[in-house]
Design a protein around this ligand. Structure first.
Ligand SMILES: Cc1cc2nc3c(=O)[nH]c(=O)nc-3n(C[C@H](O)[C@H](O)[C@H](O)COP(=O)(O)OP(=O)(O)OC[C@H]3O[C@@H](n4cnc5c(N)ncnc54)[C@H](O)[C@@H]3O)c2cc1C
Length: 318
Protein backbone atom coordinates (compact mmCIF):
# COMPACT_ATOMS: atom_id res chain seq x y z
CA UNK A 1 0.00 0.00 0.00
CA UNK A 2 1.22 3.53 -0.80
CA UNK A 3 0.44 6.83 0.78
CA UNK A 4 -0.87 9.23 -1.85
CA UNK A 5 -1.68 12.93 -1.76
CA UNK A 6 -4.10 14.12 -4.44
CA UNK A 7 -4.18 17.85 -5.12
CA UNK A 8 -7.62 19.03 -6.15
CA UNK A 9 -8.78 22.18 -7.85
CA UNK A 10 -12.23 23.39 -6.91
CA UNK A 11 -15.06 24.89 -8.92
CA UNK A 12 -17.70 27.28 -7.53
CA UNK A 13 -19.73 24.41 -6.13
CA UNK A 14 -17.62 21.25 -6.22
CA UNK A 15 -14.20 19.79 -6.91
CA UNK A 16 -12.91 19.16 -10.44
CA UNK A 17 -14.14 15.79 -11.63
CA UNK A 18 -10.63 14.60 -12.58
CA UNK A 19 -9.90 14.43 -8.83
CA UNK A 20 -12.70 11.91 -8.35
CA UNK A 21 -11.46 9.93 -11.35
CA UNK A 22 -8.02 9.71 -9.73
CA UNK A 23 -9.45 8.77 -6.32
CA UNK A 24 -11.43 5.99 -7.99
CA UNK A 25 -8.17 4.45 -9.19
CA UNK A 26 -6.56 4.65 -5.76
CA UNK A 27 -8.84 2.20 -3.98
CA UNK A 28 -6.73 0.21 -1.55
CA UNK A 29 -4.14 2.98 -1.04
CA UNK A 30 -3.95 5.44 1.84
CA UNK A 31 -5.23 8.63 0.25
CA UNK A 32 -5.31 12.24 1.42
CA UNK A 33 -6.47 15.24 -0.59
CA UNK A 34 -5.18 18.81 -0.49
CA UNK A 35 -6.89 21.90 -1.80
CA UNK A 36 -6.07 25.58 -1.59
CA UNK A 37 -8.74 28.13 -0.77
CA UNK A 38 -12.44 27.51 -0.47
CA UNK A 39 -13.70 23.92 -0.59
CA UNK A 40 -17.45 23.78 -1.33
CA UNK A 41 -19.48 21.48 0.94
CA UNK A 42 -20.48 19.23 -1.98
CA UNK A 43 -16.81 18.92 -2.88
CA UNK A 44 -15.80 17.82 0.63
CA UNK A 45 -18.62 15.26 0.59
CA UNK A 46 -17.60 13.92 -2.83
CA UNK A 47 -13.97 13.60 -1.74
CA UNK A 48 -14.96 11.57 1.33
CA UNK A 49 -17.31 9.40 -0.74
CA UNK A 50 -14.46 8.67 -3.14
CA UNK A 51 -11.97 7.58 -0.51
CA UNK A 52 -10.22 10.64 0.98
CA UNK A 53 -9.03 9.85 4.51
CA UNK A 54 -7.86 13.40 5.29
CA UNK A 55 -8.66 16.60 3.44
CA UNK A 56 -6.05 19.32 3.95
CA UNK A 57 -7.63 22.74 3.36
CA UNK A 58 -4.72 25.11 2.87
CA UNK A 59 -5.08 28.86 3.24
CA UNK A 60 -2.87 31.83 3.98
CA UNK A 61 -1.85 35.28 2.80
CA UNK A 62 -0.91 35.32 -0.87
CA UNK A 63 -3.03 32.30 -1.77
CA UNK A 64 -6.16 34.19 -2.83
CA UNK A 65 -5.17 33.80 -6.49
CA UNK A 66 -3.22 31.01 -8.14
CA UNK A 67 0.48 31.63 -8.47
CA UNK A 68 2.94 28.84 -9.21
CA UNK A 69 5.29 30.06 -6.49
CA UNK A 70 2.62 30.51 -3.79
CA UNK A 71 0.75 27.29 -4.51
CA UNK A 72 3.90 25.18 -4.72
CA UNK A 73 5.18 26.53 -1.39
CA UNK A 74 1.76 25.95 0.19
CA UNK A 75 1.45 22.41 -1.08
CA UNK A 76 5.00 21.66 -0.01
CA UNK A 77 4.06 22.35 3.61
CA UNK A 78 1.61 19.41 3.42
CA UNK A 79 3.96 17.20 1.42
CA UNK A 80 6.86 17.77 3.84
CA UNK A 81 4.82 16.59 6.81
CA UNK A 82 2.87 13.78 5.17
CA UNK A 83 5.40 11.09 4.24
CA UNK A 84 3.74 10.61 0.86
CA UNK A 85 4.91 8.15 -1.78
CA UNK A 86 3.01 9.86 -4.60
CA UNK A 87 1.50 13.27 -5.26
CA UNK A 88 -1.12 13.31 -8.00
CA UNK A 89 -3.21 15.96 -9.73
CA UNK A 90 -5.25 16.50 -12.86
CA UNK A 91 -3.34 17.43 -15.96
CA UNK A 92 -5.23 20.71 -16.21
CA UNK A 93 -3.59 24.04 -17.13
CA UNK A 94 -2.93 24.61 -13.44
CA UNK A 95 -1.79 21.04 -12.76
CA UNK A 96 0.62 21.15 -15.69
CA UNK A 97 2.12 24.35 -14.31
CA UNK A 98 2.25 23.40 -10.64
CA UNK A 99 3.27 19.74 -10.47
CA UNK A 100 6.49 19.87 -12.54
CA UNK A 101 7.59 22.86 -10.50
CA UNK A 102 7.11 20.93 -7.28
CA UNK A 103 8.73 17.78 -8.66
CA UNK A 104 11.69 19.86 -9.84
CA UNK A 105 12.09 21.59 -6.49
CA UNK A 106 12.14 18.20 -4.72
CA UNK A 107 14.34 16.56 -7.37
CA UNK A 108 11.63 13.91 -7.73
CA UNK A 109 10.50 11.80 -10.67
CA UNK A 110 7.34 12.73 -12.52
CA UNK A 111 4.93 11.06 -14.95
CA UNK A 112 3.04 13.70 -16.91
CA UNK A 113 -0.42 13.46 -18.41
CA UNK A 114 -0.97 9.74 -18.00
CA UNK A 115 -4.19 8.35 -19.43
CA UNK A 116 -4.24 5.27 -17.20
CA UNK A 117 -2.32 3.81 -14.30
CA UNK A 118 -2.18 0.88 -11.93
CA UNK A 119 -0.97 0.71 -8.33
CA UNK A 120 -0.10 -2.98 -8.07
CA UNK A 121 1.40 -3.60 -4.64
CA UNK A 122 1.33 0.16 -4.14
CA UNK A 123 3.75 0.78 -7.03
CA UNK A 124 2.73 3.16 -9.78
CA UNK A 125 2.85 2.16 -13.43
CA UNK A 126 1.30 4.56 -15.94
CA UNK A 127 0.42 4.84 -19.62
CA UNK A 128 1.40 8.00 -21.42
CA UNK A 129 0.65 8.90 -25.07
CA UNK A 130 3.67 10.15 -27.03
CA UNK A 131 4.18 11.50 -30.55
CA UNK A 132 0.68 12.94 -30.88
CA UNK A 133 -0.88 9.76 -29.49
CA UNK A 134 0.76 7.40 -31.99
CA UNK A 135 2.75 5.61 -29.27
CA UNK A 136 1.73 4.61 -25.76
CA UNK A 137 4.65 4.60 -23.32
CA UNK A 138 4.68 2.65 -20.07
CA UNK A 139 6.03 4.94 -17.36
CA UNK A 140 7.52 3.80 -14.06
CA UNK A 141 9.22 6.03 -11.53
CA UNK A 142 12.24 5.59 -9.32
CA UNK A 143 14.49 7.78 -7.19
CA UNK A 144 13.57 9.76 -4.09
CA UNK A 145 9.92 9.94 -3.11
CA UNK A 146 7.37 11.38 -3.38
CA UNK A 147 6.89 10.83 -7.07
CA UNK A 148 4.61 13.15 -9.01
CA UNK A 149 1.88 12.19 -11.46
CA UNK A 150 -0.57 14.22 -13.52
CA UNK A 151 -3.60 12.51 -15.04
CA UNK A 152 -5.45 13.63 -18.16
CA UNK A 153 -9.05 14.65 -17.31
CA UNK A 154 -11.81 12.32 -18.59
CA UNK A 155 -9.30 9.57 -19.41
CA UNK A 156 -9.90 7.27 -16.43
CA UNK A 157 -13.65 7.73 -16.21
CA UNK A 158 -15.70 8.01 -13.04
CA UNK A 159 -15.53 5.03 -10.66
CA UNK A 160 -18.71 2.91 -10.64
CA UNK A 161 -18.71 2.17 -6.94
CA UNK A 162 -16.13 4.27 -5.11
CA UNK A 163 -15.07 3.19 -1.65
CA UNK A 164 -15.52 5.89 0.98
CA UNK A 165 -12.90 7.38 3.29
CA UNK A 166 -13.15 9.17 6.62
CA UNK A 167 -12.98 12.62 4.98
CA UNK A 168 -11.51 14.32 8.08
CA UNK A 169 -10.86 17.96 7.28
CA UNK A 170 -7.66 19.55 8.46
CA UNK A 171 -7.15 23.33 8.17
CA UNK A 172 -3.59 24.20 7.25
CA UNK A 173 -2.28 27.72 7.49
CA UNK A 174 0.61 28.10 5.07
CA UNK A 175 3.14 30.90 5.28
CA UNK A 176 4.33 31.28 1.70
CA UNK A 177 6.33 34.46 2.33
CA UNK A 178 6.90 36.91 -0.47
CA UNK A 179 5.62 35.89 -3.90
CA UNK A 180 7.82 37.40 -6.60
CA UNK A 181 5.54 36.77 -9.60
CA UNK A 182 1.96 37.32 -8.48
CA UNK A 183 -1.12 36.99 -10.68
CA UNK A 184 -3.16 40.14 -10.16
CA UNK A 185 -6.36 39.13 -11.89
CA UNK A 186 -7.85 36.20 -13.77
CA UNK A 187 -10.26 37.27 -16.51
CA UNK A 188 -12.74 34.60 -17.48
CA UNK A 189 -13.09 33.87 -21.19
CA UNK A 190 -16.25 34.63 -23.11
CA UNK A 191 -17.60 31.17 -22.44
CA UNK A 192 -18.70 30.45 -18.89
CA UNK A 193 -19.34 26.84 -19.79
CA UNK A 194 -17.43 23.79 -18.63
CA UNK A 195 -13.72 23.93 -19.42
CA UNK A 196 -12.89 22.02 -22.61
CA UNK A 197 -10.61 19.55 -20.83
CA UNK A 198 -13.40 18.57 -18.43
CA UNK A 199 -16.28 18.63 -20.94
CA UNK A 200 -18.32 15.49 -21.49
CA UNK A 201 -19.48 16.64 -24.94
CA UNK A 202 -17.56 18.93 -27.31
CA UNK A 203 -18.68 20.35 -30.64
CA UNK A 204 -15.78 21.91 -32.54
CA UNK A 205 -15.60 24.08 -35.63
CA UNK A 206 -12.80 24.32 -38.18
CA UNK A 207 -11.73 26.63 -40.97
CA UNK A 208 -15.00 25.84 -42.74
CA UNK A 209 -16.87 27.96 -40.16
CA UNK A 210 -15.67 30.94 -42.29
CA UNK A 211 -16.03 33.55 -39.52
CA UNK A 212 -16.56 34.06 -35.79
CA UNK A 213 -20.23 34.92 -36.24
CA UNK A 214 -20.99 31.48 -37.70
CA UNK A 215 -19.82 29.80 -34.49
CA UNK A 216 -23.23 30.72 -33.10
CA UNK A 217 -24.73 27.68 -34.84
CA UNK A 218 -22.35 25.54 -32.78
CA UNK A 219 -23.23 27.53 -29.64
CA UNK A 220 -26.93 26.85 -30.26
CA UNK A 221 -26.34 23.14 -30.67
CA UNK A 222 -24.04 23.10 -27.62
CA UNK A 223 -26.71 24.81 -25.54
CA UNK A 224 -29.20 22.02 -26.30
CA UNK A 225 -26.91 19.07 -25.61
CA UNK A 226 -24.84 20.61 -22.80
CA UNK A 227 -21.66 20.70 -24.86
CA UNK A 228 -18.62 22.97 -24.79
CA UNK A 229 -17.54 24.55 -28.08
CA UNK A 230 -14.01 23.96 -29.38
CA UNK A 231 -12.09 24.92 -32.51
CA UNK A 232 -9.28 23.80 -34.77
CA UNK A 233 -6.09 25.80 -34.99
CA UNK A 234 -7.05 27.01 -38.47
CA UNK A 235 -10.22 28.51 -36.98
CA UNK A 236 -8.24 30.07 -34.13
CA UNK A 237 -5.48 31.42 -36.38
CA UNK A 238 -8.13 32.91 -38.65
CA UNK A 239 -9.57 34.81 -35.67
CA UNK A 240 -12.88 32.91 -35.56
CA UNK A 241 -12.33 31.64 -32.01
CA UNK A 242 -9.99 32.40 -29.09
CA UNK A 243 -6.97 30.20 -28.40
CA UNK A 244 -8.62 28.92 -25.20
CA UNK A 245 -10.97 26.99 -27.49
CA UNK A 246 -8.25 25.32 -29.53
CA UNK A 247 -8.12 21.54 -29.49
CA UNK A 248 -4.93 19.81 -30.55
CA UNK A 249 -1.23 19.47 -30.14
CA UNK A 250 -0.70 23.16 -29.44
CA UNK A 251 -4.12 23.59 -27.84
CA UNK A 252 -6.00 21.50 -25.33
CA UNK A 253 -6.06 17.74 -25.09
CA UNK A 254 -9.59 16.51 -24.56
CA UNK A 255 -11.23 13.14 -24.02
CA UNK A 256 -15.00 13.71 -23.94
CA UNK A 257 -17.66 11.03 -24.31
CA UNK A 258 -18.73 12.66 -27.57
CA UNK A 259 -16.68 14.86 -29.93
CA UNK A 260 -18.45 16.42 -32.92
CA UNK A 261 -16.00 17.82 -35.49
CA UNK A 262 -17.62 20.27 -37.91
CA UNK A 263 -15.67 21.28 -41.00
CA UNK A 264 -12.38 19.97 -39.59
CA UNK A 265 -10.14 18.01 -41.95
CA UNK A 266 -8.50 15.85 -39.26
CA UNK A 267 -4.85 16.93 -39.43
CA UNK A 268 -2.54 14.89 -37.20
CA UNK A 269 -2.06 17.85 -34.87
CA UNK A 270 -5.83 18.15 -34.35
CA UNK A 271 -6.24 14.41 -33.86
CA UNK A 272 -3.49 14.54 -31.22
CA UNK A 273 -5.82 16.55 -29.02
CA UNK A 274 -9.04 14.59 -29.42
CA UNK A 275 -8.31 11.06 -30.67
CA UNK A 276 -9.05 9.52 -27.24
CA UNK A 277 -12.63 10.84 -27.33
CA UNK A 278 -15.01 7.94 -26.69
CA UNK A 279 -17.24 8.62 -29.73
CA UNK A 280 -16.23 10.87 -32.64
CA UNK A 281 -18.74 12.31 -35.11
CA UNK A 282 -17.42 14.15 -38.18
CA UNK A 283 -19.34 16.46 -40.50
CA UNK A 284 -17.42 17.30 -43.65
CA UNK A 285 -18.23 17.99 -47.30
CA UNK A 286 -15.18 16.01 -48.44
CA UNK A 287 -15.79 12.24 -48.20
CA UNK A 288 -12.02 11.70 -48.29
CA UNK A 289 -11.26 14.01 -45.34
CA UNK A 290 -8.84 12.21 -42.96
CA UNK A 291 -11.14 12.89 -40.01
CA UNK A 292 -13.46 10.16 -41.35
CA UNK A 293 -10.76 7.54 -40.74
CA UNK A 294 -10.97 8.29 -37.03
CA UNK A 295 -14.72 9.00 -36.80
CA UNK A 296 -17.21 6.50 -35.38
CA UNK A 297 -19.98 8.27 -37.30
CA UNK A 298 -19.46 10.38 -40.40
CA UNK A 299 -21.83 12.76 -42.14
CA UNK A 300 -20.76 13.87 -45.62
CA UNK A 301 -22.43 17.23 -46.09
CA UNK A 302 -22.48 20.95 -45.49
CA UNK A 303 -22.18 21.74 -41.79
CA UNK A 304 -24.34 24.85 -42.25
CA UNK A 305 -27.21 22.57 -43.23
CA UNK A 306 -26.45 19.59 -40.98
CA UNK A 307 -25.76 21.30 -37.65
CA UNK A 308 -29.09 23.22 -37.50
CA UNK A 309 -30.94 19.99 -38.37
CA UNK A 310 -29.09 18.15 -35.59
CA UNK A 311 -29.91 20.97 -33.16
CA UNK A 312 -33.63 20.70 -33.97
CA UNK A 313 -33.55 16.92 -33.62
CA UNK A 314 -31.67 17.13 -30.30
CA UNK A 315 -34.29 19.60 -29.04
CA UNK A 316 -37.01 17.03 -29.71
CA UNK A 317 -35.08 14.45 -27.69
CA UNK A 318 -34.45 16.68 -24.65
C1 LIG B 1 3.40 22.48 -35.00
C2 LIG B 1 1.95 22.49 -35.37
C3 LIG B 1 1.01 22.46 -34.36
C4 LIG B 1 -0.34 22.45 -34.68
N1 LIG B 1 -1.27 22.40 -33.67
C5 LIG B 1 -2.57 22.30 -33.98
C6 LIG B 1 -3.57 22.16 -32.97
O1 LIG B 1 -3.28 22.20 -31.77
N2 LIG B 1 -4.85 22.03 -33.35
C7 LIG B 1 -5.25 22.02 -34.66
O2 LIG B 1 -6.45 21.89 -34.92
N3 LIG B 1 -4.33 22.16 -35.63
C8 LIG B 1 -3.02 22.32 -35.33
N4 LIG B 1 -2.12 22.50 -36.32
C9 LIG B 1 -2.60 22.78 -37.68
C10 LIG B 1 -3.02 21.57 -38.46
O3 LIG B 1 -1.90 21.04 -39.16
C11 LIG B 1 -4.11 21.91 -39.50
O4 LIG B 1 -3.63 22.94 -40.34
C12 LIG B 1 -5.41 22.37 -38.88
O5 LIG B 1 -5.85 21.44 -37.90
C13 LIG B 1 -6.47 22.47 -39.97
O6 LIG B 1 -7.64 22.97 -39.41
P1 LIG B 1 -9.04 22.66 -40.12
O7 LIG B 1 -9.24 21.20 -40.16
O8 LIG B 1 -10.05 23.51 -39.42
O9 LIG B 1 -8.84 23.29 -41.55
P2 LIG B 1 -8.67 22.58 -42.96
O10 LIG B 1 -7.57 21.59 -42.93
O11 LIG B 1 -8.60 23.68 -43.96
O12 LIG B 1 -10.02 21.76 -43.13
C14 LIG B 1 -11.26 22.33 -43.33
C15 LIG B 1 -12.20 21.19 -43.62
O13 LIG B 1 -13.53 21.70 -43.72
C16 LIG B 1 -14.20 20.99 -44.76
N5 LIG B 1 -15.31 21.86 -45.19
C17 LIG B 1 -15.25 22.97 -45.96
N6 LIG B 1 -16.48 23.53 -46.06
C18 LIG B 1 -17.32 22.75 -45.33
C19 LIG B 1 -18.71 22.82 -45.02
N7 LIG B 1 -19.48 23.83 -45.44
N8 LIG B 1 -19.25 21.84 -44.24
C20 LIG B 1 -18.49 20.80 -43.78
N9 LIG B 1 -17.17 20.70 -44.05
C21 LIG B 1 -16.59 21.68 -44.80
C22 LIG B 1 -13.14 20.73 -45.81
O14 LIG B 1 -13.50 19.63 -46.62
C23 LIG B 1 -11.92 20.45 -44.93
O15 LIG B 1 -11.79 19.07 -44.67
C24 LIG B 1 -0.75 22.50 -36.03
C25 LIG B 1 0.21 22.53 -37.03
C26 LIG B 1 1.54 22.53 -36.72
C27 LIG B 1 2.56 22.55 -37.81
Amino acid sequence: MSKVLVFTETTDDNVKSVTLEILGKLTGQEVDVACIGNLPEAGAKALAEHGAANIHKISGAGLEQYSPEGYSKALKTVIDNGGYDYVMAGSTSLGKDLMPRLAGSLDAGMASEVTNFTMDGGTFSGTRPLFAGKVLAKVELDGPKPHFVTVRPNALGMPDSPSAGAGNTNDVNADVGEIRAAIKEIVKGASEKVDLTEANIIISGGRAMKNAENFKILDECAEVIGATVGASRAAVDSGYAPHAMQVGQTGKTVAPSLYIACGISGAIQHLAGMRTSKVIVAINTDPDAPIFTKADYGIVGDLFKIVPILTEEFKKMM
